[in-house]
Design a protein around this ligand. Structure first.
Ligand code: FES
Ligand code: FES
Length: 169
C-alpha cells in the first residue's frame, strides 16, 4: 500500500485487516498517534486524512491507500511548534499528554470544518454565512476527544485563542 504521510510518500505492507492506527504506530513507527480505547470512543487516535479528521482506530488502512495522512508528527516540532501546540503549553492544556495529539489533530480538523461552514449539533442558526463559535459550539465540536485528566479548560482556551481567531479571519 502507498500513502502520503506528513508530506512523504511511504510504502507499507500489512494484513488487510490492519487498522490505520496500527499501520501508523506499528508499521511506520509514528507513535505520536495514541491508542486509547481502540473502539472510537476517546479520540486519542485522531489523524487528518486529506485534511478531514477521523478516528484511525476505526479505519482500515487499506481504505486510505493513496490518501494524504497527517499525524501529530506532521503538525509541528519541538523546535517549531504549531501555534496551537504553543497555545496548549501556554494554557496548560495537558497533564499526562496522552490525549493531546488527538486533541490537536481534531481541533485542526474542526477549524477546517468551521471554515467550510459545516454545522454542528448545537448550531442555532443554519442560515448564517459564518457560524459563530461560542463556548457550546467549541465544546460540541471537540466532544469526541476525551481527556481523562480534565484539562478541558486549558484545551478550550488554547483552541479559542488560535484556531477561532484564524478561522474568523
Ligand atoms: Fe480511537 Fe479511542 S483509540 S477513538
Ligand atoms: Fe491526560 Fe488528556 S492530558 S488524557
Amino acid at each position: 500500500m502507498q500513502f502520503t504521510v506528513n508530506g512523504a510518500s511511504v510504502e507499507a505492507s500489512a494484513d488487510i485487516r490492519t487498522s490505520l492506527l496500527d499501520l501508523l504506530r506499528e508499521h511506520l513507527h509514528l507513535t505520536g498517534t495514541k491508542k486509547g480505547c481502540n473502539q472510537g470512543a476517546c479520540g486519542a487516535c485522531t489523524v487528518l486524512v486529506d485534511g478531514v479528521r477521523i478516528n484511525s482506530c476505526l479505519a482500515l488502512a487499506v481504505q486510505y491507500e493513496g490518501r494524504e495522512i497527517t499525524t501529530i508528527e506532521g503538525v509541528g516540532t519541538p523546535e517549531a511548534p504549531h501555534p496551537l501546540q504553543a497555545a496548549f503549553i501556554e494554557h496548560d492544556g495537558f497533564q499526562c499528554g496522552y490525549c493531546t495529539p488527538g486533541q490537536i489533530c481534531s481541533a485542526l480538523g474542526a477549524a477546517a470544518e468551521w471554515q467550510r461552514g459545516v454545522p454542528s449539533a448545537v448550531t442555532a442558526d443554519l442560515r448564517e454565512d459564518r457560524i459563530r463559535i461560542d463556548h457550546d459550539e467549541l465544546r460540541e465540536r471537540m466532544s469526541g476527544n476525551l481527556c481523562r485528566c480534565g484539562a478541558y479548560n486549558g484545551i478550550v482556551d488554547a483552541i479559542r485563542e488560535t484556531l477561532i481567531v484564524e478561522s474568523a479571519a
